[in-house]
Design a protein around this ligand. Structure first.
Ligand code: HEC
Ligand code: HEC
Length: 260
C-alpha cells in the first residue's frame, strides 16, 4: 500500500459511517452542490454578466451559425433559433436514439447531427466548439427541473449506470455510492462531499479555469478513487449520466454551472 493510499484511506475511513441508505437520496433531501458553495461562488453562477460560462455561450452562438460539410449546412439551417428549438432538451437527456441503437447525451447527439445531417467529422470531446454548443443547448433549460426518465429502450443503460455507481473501483476500493449516497455533507480532506447531481453541466470549474463536461468531472472522481478512468467518449459515462440524471429528477438545471 502506497503512503498516499494509506493517508487517503485513513482520512476517508475516519469519517463516521452514517446508517446505510436503501438506495439513492429521497426527493425531499436532494440538494444541488450549489447549496454547499460560498455566497461568492453562487453569485458568480447566478449573475450572467459575471458567469465565465457565458463566454462559452457566445462561442456556441457563433458555432451554431457555422456552416460545415459538403452542403454547407449549419445547426441553424435545421434548428433555427436555439431558444425555441432547444428549450427543455437538456432537461430530458440522455435519451435513446433509435438509429444509433444506443443512449446518447447532448455531446454525442451533437456529433450524431454532424455525421448524419452535416456529413462531417465529429468534434473532439472537451473541444472548445463541442463545449460551446453543449453549453448553449444547456442554457436553454436553465431553471427547468430535470425530467430525464428511463424508457424501455434505455433501461439497460440505466441499469449499467446504476451498477457502476455501486461498484467498488480502484486502489481505494470505494464505490461512488460510498461518498455520494452515504457521506454527502461530510468533509473529505477539507472538501465537502456533494450529492453528485449533474445539475450544472457543462460547468465552469474554478480549479480548471475552464469549462468542462460531466464526463471530465466523472473522470476526476475516478482518478481520485485511484481507478483507471474510461475514455471521455465512452458509453460508460453516458450510462452514469442517465443514472445520475434520473437520480436528480426535480432539481433545477443551472447550466452554465460554476463549481470551486
Ligand atoms: C440537416 C439538418 C440538421 C442539421 C444541420 C443539424 N441537425 Fe440536429 N437534428 C436534426 C434532426 C432531423 C434531428 C432529430 C433526430 C434525427 O433524426 O437525427 C436533430 C436532433 C438534434 C438534437 C436533439 C433534439 C431533441 O429534441 O432531442 C440536438 C441537441 C441537435 N440536433 C443539435 C444539433 C447541433 C448542435 C447541430 C450543429 C452542430 C445540428 N443539430 C445540426 C437535423 C439537423
Ligand atoms: C472518495 C469520495 C468520492 C468518490 C468515491 C467519488 N466522488 Fe464524486 N465527488 C467527490 C467530491 C469531494 C466532489 C466535490 C468536488 C471536488 O472538489 O473534487 C465530487 C464531485 C462529484 C460530482 C460533481 C457534482 C457537481 O455539482 O458538479 C459528480 C457528478 C460526481 N462526483 C460523481 C461521482 C461518480 C459517478 C463517482 C463514481 C465513479 C464518484 N463521484 C466517486 C468525492 C467522491
Amino acid at each position: 500500500m502506497s503512503v498516499r493510499r494509506t493517508v487517503l484511506a485513513a482520512v476517508f475511513f475516519s469519517l463516521a459511517a452514517p446508517p446505510l441508505l436503501a438506495e439513492g437520496i429521497a426527493p425531499a433531501d436532494r440538494r444541488s452542490s450549489y447549496d454547499m458553495m460560498s455566497a461568492d461562488t453562487q453569485r458568480l453562477q447566478d449573475d450572467e454578466t459575471l458567469n465565465p460560462g457565458m463566454l462559452w455561450v457566445l462561442d456556441g452562438e457563433a458555432a451554431w451559425e457555422r456552416k460545415a460539410g459538403p452542403e454547407g449546412k449549419a445547426c441553424a439551417s435545421c434548428h433555427a433559433d436555439p431558444a425555441v428549438s432547444m428549450k427543455g432538451v437538456a432537461a430530458r437527456y440522455p435519451v435513446f436514439d433509435r438509429a444509433a441503437g444506443r443512449v446518447v447525451n447532448i455531446e454525442h447527439r451533437i456529433n450524431l447531427c454532424r455525421a448524419r445531417h452535416q456529413q462531417t467529422t465529429p468534434l473532439a470531446m472537451e473541444s472548445k466548439e463541442l463545449l460551446a454548443l453543449s453549453t448553449l443547448i444547456g442554457l436553454q433549460s436553465r431553471g427547468q427541473p430535470i425530467i430525464t426518465e428511463v424508457s424501455p429502450q434505455s433501461k439497460a443503460s440505466y441499469e449499467a449506470g446504476r451498477a457502476l455507481f455501486s461498484t467498488r473501483l480502484g486502489q481505494l476500493d470505494l464505490a461512488c455510492q460510498h461518498c455520494h449516497d452515504e457521506r454527502w455533507g461530510r468533509k473529505l480532506a477539507g472538501v465537502p462531499i456533494p450529492q453528485a447531481h449533474p445539475t450544472g453541466y457543462p460547468i465552469y470549474r474554478l480549479e480548471w479555469q475552464a469549462m468542462g463536461s460531466l464526463a471530465r468531472r466523472l473522470r476526476n472522481c475516478m482518478i481520485g478513487m485511484r481507478a483507471e478512468p474510461f475514455a471521455l467518449e465512452s458509453q460508460e459515462y453516458v450510462d452514469l449520466e442517465l443514472y445520475l440524471k434520473v437520480r436528480a429528477q426535480g432539481l433545477k438545471l443551472e447550466t452554465p454551472g460554476v463549481r470551486p
